[in-house]
Design a protein around this ligand. Structure first.
Ligand SMILES: Cc1cc2nc3c(=O)[nH]c(=O)nc-3n(C[C@H](O)[C@H](O)[C@H](O)COP(=O)(O)OP(=O)(O)OC[C@H]3O[C@@H](n4cnc5c(N)ncnc54)[C@H](O)[C@@H]3O)c2cc1C
Length: 463
């Protein structure tokens, strides 16, 4: 859309890992004048939800040796940390299998951006805009990005790097408790755990990686009460165990067409690996490289089946706990300070001195009631894009500039991230990371994001 001799401009909405890596790749790859605009509404650019934590107990769930931000140099992060070993906050040494504190990865992403800016070709510039983009308009030949505070900016192309949406409400109807200080809907917001007396009890809804983070955060804040963690199935994430890589066993060229066929194949492979003394973990990890191809081979109906029946088990096996974290959780459990329940939350009643939560235990005729100081929602990212709560997404949908995929897991797009509107490419609007979940399924962790960012930047510069 831009005029000859006027630098092209690419706006990135969202400055988490995805947006930052697209900016890094654009700055590294651009050879002719370009303006990169990066919009972030909340934290420092580079951190996003996962790496914005200041708590040193919050660990990466991928070993250091595999967290490099560049797809052609995955050991880069480990070397970067090793070069800083022993400086305040950094470990004295770093091994390939170490699960490092997450804030270090945020520092790393920020450093990557500074380095890419410094080394960018002449005429390739970068601007950071603190603000929330709430709307895009296309009438004027370029795209106009409108911020919540009234500012407006123009760009030729826009990348939506929005990350995950906040989780579902644990009881899906409007309740007075949702307006109370005793209920926390977004657990990673600053001050989410403020005002919890050290001796009081807490209820966490969810039992995934976010719930584990919150348990650790409570402990490091000196909490001494009991933590109750309630989830539908009471399943905790599995634990990482070091093991050599397993050979790929599913061919991307001839993938099973049904979810049943796929999981029979995986189970058979796990059984034969176990018979040979190999753990299930590397077998599952061997699927990762071809997950998008496996996912693409399934019809939307089969993908829906996966969501209904397999997803909770898959998530717990795929997104695992660092062993050091699992050890801390186990110790709290053994000390009777942490309980996991399988059940469904039915009622939350605010009292003058706390909140009473009632839940029905799974496959059990009885109710359980706990009285706690706070209820913290850790149900994981919302997986239903049809119930947008995000001003930008609401406006883009209303303008017909985006659509959600048939399962409403994210934005409808090509596997390369080109947004599709009524089945056709928008041509100027792109996305990566979590919004591609319906299209790729495996797309929200660093190993996938770094590859998407590089390929997307290349494509944007070609257009
Ligand atoms: C607690 C947690 C731990 C994790 N640990 C790991 C790990 O160890 N290893 C790993 O590989 N992956 C991990 N992940 C996966 C993680 O999702 C990715 O690694 C990555 O951080 C995702 O980055 P993102 O930029 O796509 O999303 P986000 O981090 O969610 O960033 C999106 C950003 O967009 C901004 N934004 C959204 N809308 C707008 C708007 N309209 N205007 C302006 N800004 C906007 C948000 O404020 C946010 O900062 C973890 C995830 C979580 C939640």
């Amino acid at each position: 859309m831009s005029e000859p001799n006027v630098p092209r401009s690419i706006a990135i909405v969202g400055g988490g890992c995805s947006g930052t890596l697209v900016a890094v790749q654009l700055l590294r790859q651009a050879r002719s004048p370009l303006r990169v605009l990066l919009f972030e509404r909340m934290t420092d650019v580079g951190r996003g939800v996962a790496y914005g934590t200041e708590n040193h107990e919050h660990r990466l769930n991928v070993p250091a040796a595999r967290m490099g931000a560049l797809p052609d140099d995955i050991g880069h992060f480990q070397r970067w940390v090793a070069a800083r070993a022993g400086t305040p906050g950094y470990p004295a040494a770093v091994e390939p299998g170490d699960f490092l504190p997450r804030w270090i990865f945020g520092e790393y992403l920020r450093a990557m951006l500074v380095e890419a800016r410094t080394a960018a070709a002449p005429g390739v510039g970068y601007e950071e805009i603190k603000g929330e983009v709430i709307d895009l308009e296309t009438e004027t030949g370029a795209v106009r990005l409108r911020c919540g505070d009234g500012r407006a900016f123009s760009a030729d192309r826009v990348v939506l790097a929005l990350g995950n949406l906040p989780g579902e409400y644990p009881i899906r109807r409007p309740l007075p408790i949702y307006h109370s200080q005793r209920y926390v809907h977004v657990p990673w917001r600053a001050g989410a755990l403020a005002g919890i007396p050290p001796e009081s009890d807490v209820l966490i809804v969810g039992a995934g990686l976010t719930a584990v983070d919150i348990v650790l955060e409570l402990q490091s804040a000196g909490h001494r009460g009991t933590v109750h963690a309630l989830s539908r199935r009471g399943l905790l994430p599995q634990v990482h165990r070091p093991a050599p890589a397993y050979r790929p066993f599913l061919e991307a060229e001839n993938p099973p067409a049904t979810i049943l066929g796929l999981f029979r194949r995986i189970r058979a492979e796990v059984r034969s690996a176990q018979a040979a003394g190999v753990d299930w973990r590397p077998v599952l990890d061997a699927i990762r490289g071809c997950t998008p191809a496996l996912w693409a081979a399934l019809s939307w109906e089969e993908r829906g089946r996966f969501m209904r029946h397999v997803r909770p088990f898959w998530e717990g096996h795929r997104h695992r706990l660092a062993p050091v974290v699992a050890g801390k959780i186990e110790a709290l459990r053994a000390a009777g300070r942490l309980y996991f329940y399988a059940g469904r939350l039915e009622k939350m009643t605010e009292l003058s001195d706390g909140v009473e939560a009632r839940f029905r235990l799974r496959r059990h005729p009885t109710w359980q009631t706990v009285k706690v100081a706070k209820i913290i929602n850790c149900t994981g990212p919302r997986s239903d894009y049809s119930k947008y709560q995000h001003p930008l997404l609401i406006n883009l949908l209303a303008r017909g500039l985006i659509d959600h995929d048939p399962l409403a897991l994210g934005i409808d797009a090509t596997p390369a991230g080109e947004v599709l509107v009524q089945g056709g490419p928008a041509g100027w609007l792109f996305t990566l990371g979590a919004p591609l979940k319906g299209v790729l399924w495996e797309c929200t962790a660093v190993p996938e994001i770094r590859a998407q960012a590089k390929a997307l930047a290349g494509r944007l510069l070609e257009l």
